[in-house]
Design a protein around this ligand. Structure first.
Ligand code: SAM
Length: 264
């Protein structure tokens, strides 16, 4: 088993340390960022270098209590700081199902250097695993969970992944063209786990999924199916995406779908 913070191969690695729970690290402010450019050219057509942008600071997430959960994927121990005070600070069953799938199908998915964006990343387990498996990852969520997300990403990928993952705010259906212009941002994969449950933003979620997918983009969506709203969303999803059921996890009621946008 391998652990992070041990090698020095990372593009855009940091020389500074991590801070306290829910907090963020200071290293970029001290100018210790290095861009060694040692890896090959980026896949896809994104013109921005994600490792630099991942170093924006986010307001530290301020939960009153935290727990730490340990996971093992891709031969690495991953430690996730969680808090039961927020949906977005807990690892959901869709995330572990999707991580298992990514781990078992890495070569087939051709994840090395792939451009990957996760929506509703929460505490970040899926983004961390995709990053460990070699992808160039952008993890997104609502503003109030980004501090904890970034903490977990850095803690588990710093100096042990080829590409340092980026963290960005992405509120479903809001300012997509402004923040993710299609001419600049192309993704090989859009990942989503347990983003569908009984909430008011399902239409905006679908709009966001559609927006982020361009020709060639594959959406991998894992979800625990609980409510009638989940199945209604799936029906709408199938109207919009060519949909394949890739895996089922009966013990957790999770289904994993692959979607590619239907082009008329
Ligand atoms: C149930 S959690 C799943 C978290 C993580 N993907 C997992 O499976 O462990 C749902 C996630 O969607 C995010 N979310 C909810 N509504 C959102 C919205 N309108 N825009 C962006 N993210 C949203 C939440 O902050 C949360 O991180």
């Amino acid at each position: 088993m391998d652990v992070c913070l041990s090698s020095t191969q990372q593009s855009g690695s940091l020389g500074g340390g991590l801070r306290t729970p829910g907090g963020w690290l200071e290293a970029d402010k001290k100018g210790t960022l290095q861009e060694d450019g040692s890896r090959g050219p980026p896949r896809g057509s994104n013109k921005e270098e994600p490792s630099l942008h991942s170093l924006q600071t986010f307001v530290p997430t301020n939960y009153s209590s935290y727990t730490q959960e340990n996971y093992l994927y891709a031969g690495k121990e991953i430690i996730i700081q969680e808090s039961i005070e927020c949906y977005g600070a807990v690892v959901w069953p869709g995330a572990t199902a999707l991580c298992q799938y990514l781990e078992e199908h890495t070569e087939e998915l051709n994840l090395q250097d792939a451009k990957v964006l996760e929506i509703g990343a929460g505490p970040g387990l899926v983004s961390i695993v995709a990053s460990i498996l070699g992808a160039q990852v952008t993890a997104t969520d609502l503003p109030d969970v980004l501090g904890n997300l970034q903490y977990n990403l850095l803690r588990n990928t710093l100096k042990c992944t080829a590409h340092l993952p980026e963290v960005k705010e992405l509120v479903w259906g809001e300012d997509l063209e402004q923040n993710f212009p299609k001419s600049t941002f192309y993704y090989d994969y859009v990942l989503a786990s347990d983003v569908v449950y009984d909430h008011y933003f399902l239409d905006k979620l679908l709009t966001t999924m559609v927006y982020l997918c361009q020709p060639g983009t594959v959406l991998l969506w894992a979800n625990k199916f609980r409510f009638s709203t989940d199945y209604k969303f799936l029906s709408k999803f199938k109207e919009t995406f060519e949909t394949t059921l890739l895996a089922e996890f009966p013990e957790s009621s999770v289904k994993l779908f692959k979607g590619t946008l239907k082009w008329e």
